[in-house]
Design a protein around this ligand. Structure first.
Ligand code: PEP
Ligand code: MG
Length: 318
């Protein structure tokens, strides 16, 4: 199979009838970018920066972060690199931050909520990101957004740091793009408004599925409800893509669903612009996309969106 997939190296990521999409990769460590290049990923759709903060006993310095972000930007040689700001809390604990244990960590003090309260930590990261933006096509992505105010707050901090950098004569990309990770039902409901102020969306189906279905994946009794095939989740995904397209911004997906051959035809039909998958899934996903015909995808999507249970959806997608 590996040999067969090699035929897709260097090929564009497009359907049989020429609908082109971007096929990029998720990474956790700067070194992972080498693997993405090797596997022919067209960029980075999600760099989970929390890994830079894990397995150590203090916050990484601005210089350490700058070097990490710069390395990824340089490895990708001008291709897009979406870097997500710190997403800790939930299932990702970092002992030295001294966070209290919470009853409901997934509904608690995590990601952008933490960062906007811990400005000392967030500003260092944003400054490192801005400095690294001079070395490639870095875009900044904000996790677990629930509304426009959070996005605005991040932009205000960024403008402050840009002024400091100007004063110090330090280079950065003045036009660095700021996007929103779409992974909460609140963001989905506000997608029309968010699309007016964000430069791009990336749908995080891992969290979006859990939050939409109100399911704690760790709880075996309700795990059966955790399914991206559930019509509720599919409607959320479709709405987010439509709202993004209505404002002309790029809409990508960096959750597991982006690499699911059953869902790819639907995502193409909805008009998803960018698929971010693990490096090892790049060629397989390119093959799946290449085997699709957009009219067939749209016909299938029309039927699927009439389904009202997960069972009905799976019957059509199998
Ligand atoms: C997601 O929620 O779909 C996602 C990509 O982010 P993470 O898995 O890191 O929460
Ligand atoms: Mg997430």
């Amino acid at each position: 199979e590996k040999e067969l997939l090699k035929a897709y190296k260097g090929k564009p990521s497009q359907t049989k009838d020429g609908v082109k999409v971007e096929l990029v990769s998720n990474i956790g460590k700067p070194e992972d970018a080498d693997k993405v290049v090797e596997c022919d990923g067209e960029g980075i759709g999600l760099f989970r920066t929390e890994f830079l903060f894990m397995d150590r006993d203090s916050v990484p310095t601005e210089e350490e972060q700058f070097e990490a972000y710069k390395k990824v930007a340089e490895t990708m040689k001008g291709k897009p690199v979406i870097i997500r700001t710190l997403d800790i809390g939930g299932d990702k604990a970092i002992p030295y931050l001294g966070l209290e244990t919470e009853e409901n960590p997934f509904l608690g003090f995590r990601a952008i909520r933490f960062c906007l309260k811990r400005r000392d930590i967030y500003e260092v990261q944003l400054r490192a990101l801005l400095r690294a933006s001079a070395f490639g096509d870095i875009k900044i992505m904000v996790p677990l957004v629930t509304g426009v105010d959070e996005l605005r707050a991040v932009k205000v901090i960024l403008e402050d740091i840009k002024r400091q950098l100007d004063k110090e004569g330090i280079a950065y990309n003045k036009d660095v793009k700021v996007g929103v990770m779409m992974e909460t039902p609140a963001a989905c409901m506000m997608a029309d408004a968010l699309a007016k102020e964000a430069d791009f969306f990336s749908i995080g189906t891992n969290d979006l599925t859990g939050y939409t279905m109100a399911v704690d994946r760790g709880n075996a009794k309700v795990a059966y409800l955790y399914s991206t095939y559930n019509p509720a989740v599919l409607r959320a995904i479709k709405r987010i893509i439509e709202c993004g397209k209505a404002e002309g911004i790029m809409v990508g997906m960096c959750g597991e669903a982006a690499a699911d051959p059953k869902l790819i035809p639907l995502l193409l039909a909805f008009g998803l612009d960018e698929f971010s998958v693990s490096a090892t899934s790049v060629l397989k996903t390119r093959k799946t996309i290449s085997d699709c015909n957009i009219d067939e995808c749209k016909a299938l999507a029309e039927k699927v969106m009439k389904c009202v249970t997960e069972e009905e959806v799976l019957e059509l997608l199998k």
